[in-house]
Design a protein around this ligand. Sequence first.
Ligand SMILES: Cc1ncc(COP(=O)(O)O)c(C=O)c1O
Length: 368
Amino acid sequence: MEHPGEWVGRHVDELDTPVLVVDLERFESNVAAMALYCRRQGVSWRPHSKSHKSPDIARIQLAAGATGLTCAKLSEAEIFVAHGVGDILLANQLASNSRLQQLARLQERGRIIGIVDHAEALAMAMAAGQYTGIDIPLIVDIDIGMHRTGVQPGPGVIELARGVHEGKGVCLLGVMGYEGHVLAEHPASVKERAARQALDHLVEARDQLLADGLPCDIVSAGSTGSYDLAATHDAITEIQAGGAIFMDAMYRDRFHVDDRFSTALSLLTTVTGRHADHIVTDAGFKTLSAFHHQPQVLDREDLEFGYLSAEHGVYRLLEGASGPALGERLRLLPGYGDSTTVLHDHFIAERDGRVERVWPLTARGALT
Ligand SMILES: Cc1ncc(COP(=O)(O)O)c(C=O)c1O
């Protein structure tokens, strides 16, 4: 099997399928648009790396003006640090002494900020900081309505923040919250109200921290589905939006993300079976995900998504359609990009149909 690195210069039509393709022109425009938007609003862009897991893409984001990354896993953060990323928000709480000691030691190579929403996790972080002799920078995670993680808004926030500020082995940088529960709200006025209500919890927390003499330099929030609402909200200092660089069907159709971004990621697949009322492709659920949102067939109107089994994609032929020929290629728009990209080892970046670069998903599989 050829290594995808050898595909540079070829036309995408010559590539073995299934293959994950990035339209460079659209991708670059998406990166520039998010960087510019954040700059104009006076907030930092700290894109979540879960959408790409690629140090090459991280470098492009940083060159465009991103001030750092958001990561979900410590092992992921370690990979990005090894590739020169110096400022990372680790947006998932660690609850293990050994992992927190690793986080403390990672401070020697960059600023890797942890989050905390529980007094016991804070106690573990303090122990790790004191054991290693290296202070761990922390921000307090607040549940602003999604009810996934975070301390409840109110006195508990200040109590935890004071614990971080006064605790040995840790230091307090600010607060974060994730408004994931508002993304699919529609119409725009309803979504705006829901986002405002959620993000107001962060403003209140910031105001209370400052009034109590506690530091609050970072107020972090925002995702692709709400980047504009977060970036224009009082007190927010940085936006975590990641997936906008690719823009998938879910962001566009379910979250109504505006036309500042265009779809840049697609999956090329080959028709390997033809039947009376459906066709079969070489991209099943080990290649393409229908989690959260269905993939869409691009550039043609005669097929409808059916289902994915492990190694087969099934698409229904619409009434009267003759459909694609056996061996023909289809271009699919992933439903939720994150759940498809992690199934692949490489992004194939093309411009005008020619492969220009191959980006490995180096942090794929970094799950710890
Ligand atoms: C903590 C956190 N921040 C930000 C995001 C937004 O990511 P994206 O913009 O890629 O949708 C998510 C998405 O799940 C998240 O969990």
